[in-house]
Design a protein around this ligand. Sequence first.
Ligand code: ADP
Length: 178
Amino acid sequence: MKAKIAGQTLELVEGNIVDQRVDAVVNAANSRLEGGGGVDGAIHRGGGPAIMEETDRLYPDGCPTGSAVISGAGRLPAKHVIHAVGPVWSGGKSGEPELLAGAHRRSLELAVEHGCRSVAFPAISTGVYGYPLELAADVALRTVIAFLKENSRPELVRFVLFGRPAYEAFAAKLEELK
Ligand code: ADP
């Protein structure tokens, strides 16, 4: 599914984040940037040890929740990996929406600062971190749409959803918001 937002493209696909041929792929990282399962495991396995060597060197203190940092992409087809730290869901009254929005916004800012024309996001926080899919889709899509309306880049933002239920949740929400 594709939508035009202020002349730029917002796209939803079902697939695997590591396969994306875009300028930057976003990692669902943790605040220590120490790797893990899910998206994080797939990105470090696919990209090789160069990514962790770089993040250890550049960001020894990790990255706060609600923000993001950028590195090279090792062997992945992308040029950069943006390590975004979403919140752990704990009921929704601990600032989770603002933190999830912040992780997306900072990722987009970094992409623009590094000249990326295309960026692919996974559904940050919706795996091990337990953020309900429909609520995460709402925050993620609203944040990206607002950013695209305010900025002329990136030209393409793609959400890569892992499995049909995640795709359907994002598609229903985009239908409502576009
Ligand atoms: P978090 O810790 O932020 O919740 P996870 O990596 O556990 O991050 O999961 C985030 C989302 O990414 C989940 O919806 C999960 O199903 C999905 N996911 C897991 N592996 C991949 C992958 N290789 N590509 C795209 N999405 C993935």
